[in-house]
Ligand binder design. Structure first.
Ligand SMILES: [Zn+2]
Ligand SMILES: [Zn+2]
Length: 253
């Protein structure tokens, strides 16, 4: 029996996906449901592990609270995670793994890019091949290589704010939330200039809703860059919520 004169905790009913059905299971039996109206999942009001009640609304005598009790993640009695918290953890782990492995795949394309370029130059009987002369050539070949691993590759066209640059295309891997920016060094795009541009571009992507990782691929076949390692280090790392990786290839001669 409920003693309305005392403080007590009611019981919460929650679906196994974590949707709250009611936080006043005892006070308002009419709100109970066997299945969730939002997702159809079965509901529980006891810990599946130790069978103790899921803690619901805190009733304080004389106080009417409008505050809705949050759904707990753990059982206070046995410490076990409730089913919805277990699911959440599984999902976030598998998402993390997916994003990590996508980064590894893109980095692999970057790191092998120069080898691919050298290889496609060697055609049987000197037949025609794709020539990698400027940034557009690099983009096209890179795009083709991305197709090996990714289905949803979007081209993001934009015009940078720095002087003397035409519009450019970056690639967005929508599902993986990775943006790949591609640059090719040239006479007038070397260490200092390149560094400045990459900083401006990073700023641009900090607020992009689909971008969690920015990979800046710099193709430097002629070796215009002197300090590849230090530029990579300076221009890689966490910038607020954005993870930036700068990869310069090939390095050193
Ligand atoms: Zn539900
Ligand atoms: Zn428990």
């Amino acid at each position: 029996m409920i003693n309305w004169e005392e403080d007590f905790y009611d019981v919460m009913q929650v679906c196994k996906n974590g949707h709250q059905i009611t936080d006043s299971y005892n006070e308002y039996p009419k709100y109970r449901k066997d299945f969730c109206s939002e997702c159809g999942e079965e509901t529980i009001f006891k810990c599946p592990n130790c069978n103790s009640d899921i803690k619901g609304r805190h009733h304080v005598s004389g106080v009417i609270s409008m505050y809705n009790t949050p759904v707990p993640k753990h059982c206070e009695n046995c410490g076990n995670k409730y089913p919805w918290a277990k699911k959440e953890e599984l999902i976030s782990n598998s998402m993390k793994e997916e994003i990590n492995s996508a980064e590894v795949l893109v980095e692999n394309i970057c790191n092998k890019f120069h080898l691919v370029v050298k290889q496609i130059r060697c055609r049987y009987n000197e037949r025609n091949s794709i020539e990698i002369n400027d940034e557009y050539d690099v983009q096209d070949l890179f795009h083709a290589l991305l197709k090996l691993h990714f289905d949803d590759i979007r081209e993001e066209e934009w015009t940078p704010s720095y002087a003397g640059s035409g519009s450019r295309v970056d690639f967005l891997l929508k599902k993986e939330k990775i943006i790949i920016e591609i640059k090719k060094t040239r006479m007038n795009l070397k260490d200092k200039h390149l560094g400045e541009q990459l900083i401006i571009d990073t700023e641009r992507y900090k607020s992009h809703p689909d971008c969690k990782t920015l990979i800046c691929f710099v193709y430097d076949p002629e070796g215009f860059i002197n300090k590849a390692r230090s530029i990579e280090n300076d221009l890689s790392g966490k910038k607020e919520d954005l993870l930036v990786k700068t990869i310069i290839v090939p390095k050193g001669y």
